[in-house]
Design a protein around this ligand. Structure first.
Ligand SMILES: [Zn+2]
Length: 398
């Protein structure tokens, strides 16, 4: 589905989308675009079904103006999440409403051909369930663990990804599902989910922290997703927090991931429990992160201490982020956001004591309300490309 729009069309469309319904006069006033231009553009947008006529507004004398509404169901986007333990596909409308969803569990040992086959199956199933014609789907976005290490010929080499390196993933997927494909890392995809459908709506500068098995972050700067050279920005998990600390899988020592990732919390809990009971490390199985939260809620001092410590380290990393970028808001996503209030408050107190600027101390630090942020954000990659006001720069080394 080919859809190209100039800057004014995008501006009008986004304004109506955010405001729900506006008359042509109101659009002209708010965007300072002459009325004849607004009429010409809105007619064009109505012809392509992106806008529809809604209720009549209040008259200031004369005919009552007709309000224009965003037609969220005129096109759709496919979101695909390629995780290391699951492949997910979702069909969403232009406001992020999920029409259908599929998940295939994987083990990280599948061949890339099997992964593509899983995607193909999942996509066919969501299409069938939603009963949407293919020509109304703008494209497919893919969110996956980063950095993607994308080369000039579009081959990607994400770390620990189904034991494969240098995969022509975009062309393989386009061939399999017969739709244009856009790839990005999972944290960037989730950031766009917040920007279009979540706590980032209407906010020009915010940071999104995806804290889960790994820790990444997305940076929305002046309404644009900052990707950095070769898309390698946002590796918050490998920020050095305790440099003489533990060896990280990236080869460095004391990275945030060795302190606050889910596996780090589980490892730390086991270590502290063993220390208390005097048993050796090998005689106890790992307690999953969600059970550690339950135990903390049931009054386990050790569990609470482990969660508090992990949150404090995450708070230090977020303080560094605030000192660097001074965002208007920080959104925390991933499973980590499920820690209890006692632990979560450590982020606030850490920031309070470490952030330099006055405004940084009071900025909202919120837990993401989106359940499937990466797959939804993968769909938002498509929507962002078609409708965003910012130019989606991707910088590559030449
Ligand atoms: Zn690291």
């Amino acid at each position: 589905m080919e859809l190209t729009m100039d800057y004014n069309s995008r501006q009008i469309l986004n304004l109506i989308r955010e405001q729900e319904a506006l008359s042509r006069v109101e659009i002209s006033e708010r965007l300072e675009i002459p009325q004849p231009t607004v009429t010409r553009i809105t007619n064009k947008l109505m012809k392509s079904n992106l806008l529809k006529e809604g209720k009549q507004g209040i008259s200031s004398g004369g005919r009552r103006p007709t309000k224009l509404e965003f037609n969220e169901n005129c096109y759709y986007a496919l979101g695909i999440e390629l995780g290391r333990s699951a492949i997910k596909a979702a069909l969403i409308n232009l406001n992020g409403y999920l029409l259908s969803f599929r998940m295939k569990v994987t083990h990280g040992t599948e061949s890339i051909d099997q992964v593509i086959e899983f995607v193909k199956e999942a996509v066919e199933e969501v299409m069938e369930e939603s009963n949407i014609a293919k020509d109304r789907i703008l494209g497919a976005g893919v969110g996956m663990p980063g950095p993607l290490n994308e080369t000039v010929d579009h081959n990607v080499s994400p770390p620990n990804f189904y034991q494969e390196k240098s995969i022509p993933l975009k062309s393989l997927l386009e061939e399999a599902i017969q739709l244009p494909v856009t790839l990005d890392n999972d944290a960037n995809a989730a950031t766009l989910a917040e920007k279009w459908f979540g706590d980032g709506v209407g906010i020009n500068n915010f940071s999104y922290v995806l804290a889960d098995i790994g820790i990444g972050c997305g940076l929305m700067i002046n309404d644009s997703l900052y990707r950095g050279l070769n898309g390698e920005s946002g590796e918050l998990g490998h920020m050095s927090i305790n440099f003489p600390g533990e060896l990280c899988h990236c080869g460095n020592y004391g990275c945030l991931e060795t302190l606050s990732s889910l596996p780090a919390i589980e490892k730390n809990y086991k270590k502290m429990l063993n220390h208390k009971t005097g048993s050796s490390q090998s005689d106890q199985t790992i307690t999953p992160f969600e059970d550690i939260i339950k135990e903390a809620n049931d009054g386990s001092m050790i569990a609470q201490q482990v969660l508090d410590q992990a949150t404090q380290y995450l708070g230090i990393a977020i303080s560094n982020l605030i000192n660097l970028f001074a965002p208007q808001k920080v959104i925390i996503g991933g499973e980590f956001r499920k820690v209890n209030t006692h632990a979560f408050d450590k982020i606030h107190s850490t920031i309070e004591s470490r952030v330099m600027g006055k405004s940084g101390k009071g900025i909202p630090i919120v837990k993401s309300k989106i359940e499937e942020a990466v797959v939804l954000g993968a769909g938002a990659l498509v929507i962002n490309e078609k409708f965003s006001l910012s130019l989606n720069y991707r910088t590559r080394q030449t």
